[in-house]
Write a protein that binds this ligand. Sequence first.
Ligand SMILES: Nc1ncnc2c1ncn2[C@@H]1O[C@H](COP(=O)(O)OP(=O)(O)OP(=O)(O)O)[C@@H](O)[C@H]1O
Ligand SMILES: [Mg+2]
Length: 358
Amino acid sequence: MNQVLRQHAEVQYAEELAALAKTDDKPRPPGWKLSPWAVTEYLMGGRAGKLEITPKYIGNRRLIEIAVATLATDRALLLYGVPGTAKSWVSEHLAAAIAGDSTLLIQGTAGTSEEAVRYGWNYAKLLAEGPSRAALVESPLVRAMQDGKIARLEELTRIPSDVQDTLITILSEKTLPIPELSTEVQAVKGFNLIATANNKDRGVNELSSALKRRFNTVVLPTPDTLEEEVEIVSRRVESLGKALELPGEKPALEEIRRVVTVFRELRDGVTADGKTKLKSPSGTLSTAEAISVVGQGMALAGHFGDGSLKAADIASGLVGAIVKDPVQDRVVYLEYLETVVKERPGWKDLYRACREVV
Ligand SMILES: Nc1ncnc2c1ncn2[C@@H]1O[C@H](COP(=O)(O)OP(=O)(O)OP(=O)(O)O)[C@@H](O)[C@H]1O
Ligand SMILES: [Mg+2]
């Protein structure tokens, strides 16, 4: 039995990828495992022969087509958007479908160094043997170049600007000089880069215009409609529940709809009917957080309740997600409970449960 807590996309969806590769008769760019069309099918869902392909990204198909088409050109892809809009998720699945490998990942932080982006040295070897290829520690980016795969760079704008700029040569010349060895690593066909950036970090380290020109940016939006967001949450929660082997049944759509409604109303600053203006809390109430509120509720219901998700199981998750600032957000949340939740027909149980834990 597989004890890995979270499998990589290419492992978890190996069957779908294999079925797509088998039925895919469209032209594949050099080094790609699938055609751009099949990659899009993999992300958006569809059919491959008898097998149903589950949708990974729920939203506008055109955005994914643009992202995939970009990766078939000499430009890199930047997925940009508010937190929790599936940037990392889409990046993982794109790399899995195109290169069969989503693991060539660099996590960008304020402390990301040039060595993490390019290469470093194994100092024991370096001292013993002097600079040699064997003493070189390649970054995931260099490995992607050598193998013609997709590299992933998370949170690009958190990386200090001078380190970001090391990407310029790689992206425009498709080569990485290694002056210490008087050599270079030239990228093999199939290589490209997917970076993600979060617009909350904007301004932290704005991309230089030289670097910006090497990227095509695709902005991933928050879901347009309540229905779309409910679908995203219920799909993700169902597969998370399976992966974590949570006891209990899959949550009722009604309960998910309530969580998503609360999130959307507070995010938009107005009730769904457009009648009451609301104050928004300080944190972002993303779809990703709605997923964790329902997920936590399922764990509570499964382990401590009768297995079916109830208002009391989501109430504590709601406070946790909404009240990030203990003073201001609490006021916003209480006002929302009193003016909206309390008065809404059929929401009495949720009101009571929320009042108990706030
Ligand atoms: N449109 C969507 N379709 C499918 N899943 C979605 C969608 N939006 C959000 N999700 C889910 O939300 C979760 C969080 O997404 P992810 O971590 O990729 O967000 P992110 O945009 O990278 O956020 P951050 O900026 O915080 O890194 C994932 O489990 C993903 O499945
Ligand atoms: Mg992310």
